[in-house]
Design a protein around this ligand. Structure first.
Ligand SMILES: Nc1ncnc2c1ncn2[C@@H]1O[C@H](COP(=O)(O)OP(=O)(O)OP(=O)(O)O)[C@@H](O)[C@H]1O
Length: 227
């Protein structure tokens, strides 16, 4: 589902954020991405969303070489990739429904189809019935669930999360991780960047580690090649 082939990224005027990173994520796999602050985790996620381009190497998502993608294809690519952020980036002047429906409006669904999808997404995160609420009235954990519903409303094949439990207590963090695991169980490929090593160890999933832009692998199942 995802393949990085000797990917390096240097920001203009900056040092190298990623150096020769190679790894693969199989379709339907669940993995954590860990590493110190500044190790390159967000950069790696941004390359998959085409928010950044590599300086060297190639990134493939769903069999497509992102370096060969035209600007017209980028919106279609982004629909395949759901993203969850730590601060969930919800709009507090809109209802829960409107927040979750946002990616669908961009994709041009009819209101009836959008309604079905929004309710299905809210149902999948346990928030059905909250459509009319304002996110500001919700707890931190519930707000993060709205962010996840918005990320999955387009039924993405790949779900990425950047520190999705950063502001939550351990119990809520575990709930959110279990929610991600449920998406994996229905075939979604999931990659979660996190500092929460205790939680990663409890989940026992594959762990990819970045250290000053270089990749290592620890624990988890499978026979992986890391270059
Ligand atoms: N837009 C940018 N311009 C220049 N340098 C950047 C940019 N974004 C990130 N960097 C640098 O690239 C390196 C990797 O940053 P990145 O945000 O990918 O790390 P991270 O592992 O996600 O860190 P954190 O856990 O703190 O979010 C850092 O040295 C950072 O300062």
């Amino acid at each position: 589902m995802v393949r990085f082939d000797r990917v390096s990224k240097r920001y203009p005027g900056g040092k190298e954020a990623l150096t020769g990173v190679s790894f693969e994520l199989q379709r339907g796999e669940f993995a954590f991405l860990t590493g110190h602050s500044g190790a390159g985790k967000s950069t790696l996620l941004k390359l998959m969303m085409l928010m950044e381009r590599p300086s060297r190497g190639q990134v493939f998502v769903d069999g497509q070489n992102l370096g060969r993608m035209s600007s017209g294809q980028i919106p279609y690519h982004r629909r395949k990739v759901g993203v969850v952020f730590q601060n969930h980036q919800l709009l507090f002047d809109r209802s829960v429904y409107e927040n979750v429906a946002l990616p669908l409006q961009i994709a041009g669904y009819t209101p009836a189809e959008a309604g079905r999808r929004v309710r299905a997404a809210l149902d999948s995160v346990g928030l059905l019935g909250m459509e009319k609420r304002n996110p500001i009235e919700l707890s931190g954990g519930e707000q993060q669930r709205v962010g996840i519903a918005r990320a999955v409303v387009n039924k993405p094949a790949l779900l990425l999360a950047d520190e999705p439990t950063g502001n939550l207590d351990p119990e809520l963090s575990a709930e959110i991780m279990n929610l991600f695991a449920r998406f994996q169980q229905v075939g979604v490929t999931v990659l979660i960047a996190t500092h929460d090593i205790a939680l990663v160890e409890r989940m026992g999933s594959r762990r990819i580690i970045l250290d000053h832009g270089q990749m290592h692998e620890a624990g988890g199942a499978g026979d992986w090649h890391v270059g």
